[in-house]
Ligand binder design. Structure first.
Ligand code: G3H
Length: 247
């Protein structure tokens, strides 16, 4: 559909200098489809090191950032700092931020706004809990999360939406290609109604939740699946098989 496929890795709180050097070596030696945009979300502490180690064609992302540039916010990092160490992206609103660290829709919206104003690109995550899906509330929840994000977006060309059903994250339970496609199509329809037809057509909507080399090809064939956000499987050398899944 003319949208460049994007494969993100989200290492979460994993890795060490030794494991990063090893992965970077394996990926540097592998044949990677250069039509695919690759973004690696590393722990903030390692962003600088990861930037030095990874192939230049792999972009890097922080996994969170605060809503202002600097100040008395112990433990936080800002988009300005992320840019300063050579990363171009930030992942915001990940379900672990929402559910373990209790980040509310409004805070996530403010973070998206500040990250964009600071010049970063944003992978903004949405997705329902198992009980929300079982109650038939998937679209209601995703629409609410989309609304809180979209109200703060100044430049959609620097935003990617990641749909990550929480029940599929780290569980080995992947959404079926049909389940993913259904929600992706609904998110695109939401963008068309609430933002614009052009933004709906151009915005990448990527899927996350137990994506691995064995299931990525089928998922990637769905019309509204424009890439992946990969957790566990992005910590392994064969992550390149996911990057290359559309070849
Ligand atoms: O951001 C990535 C997702 O949370 C997916 O994680 O691939 O380990 O299920 P997972």
């Amino acid at each position: 559909a003319g949208r460049r496929f994007l494969v993100g890795g989200n290492w979460k709180m994993n890795g060490s200098k030794a494991s990063i050097a090893e992965l970077a070596k394996a990926w540097g030696a592998a044949k990677v489809d250069d039509n695919v945009e690759v973004v690696i979300g590393a722990p903030a502490l390692y962003l600088d090191y990861v930037r030095q180690q990874l192939p230049a064609s792999f972009a890097t992302a922080a996994q969170n950032s605060y809503k202002v540039a600097s100040g008395a916010f112990t433990g936080e990092i800002s988009p300005a700092m992320i840019k300063d160490v050579g990363a171009d992206w930030v992942i915001l609103g990940h379900s672990e931020r929402r559910h373990i660290f209790k980040e509310a829709d409004e805070l996530i919206g403010e973070k998206v706004q500040h990250a964009l104003e600071s010049g970063l690109k944003v992978i903004a995550c949405v997705g329902e809990l198992l009980e929300e899906r079982e109650a038939g509330d998937t679209q209601k929840v995703v629409d609410r999360q989309m609304h809180a994000i979209a109200g703060h977006v100044s430049d959609w060309s620097r935003v990617v939406i990641a749909y990550e059903p929480v029940w599929a994250i780290g569980t080995g339970k992947t959404a079926s290609p049909e389940q993913a496609q259904e929600v992706h199509a609904n998110i695109r329809a939401w963008l068309k109604t609430n933002v614009s037809e052009d933004v709906a057509a151009a915005t990448r909507i990527i899927y996350g939740g137990s994506v691995k080399p064995a299931n990525c090809v089928e998922l990637s064939k769905k019309e509204d699946v424009d890439g992946f956000l990969v957790g566990g499987a992005s910590l392994k050398p064969d992550f390149v098989d996911i990057i290359n899944c559309t070849r």
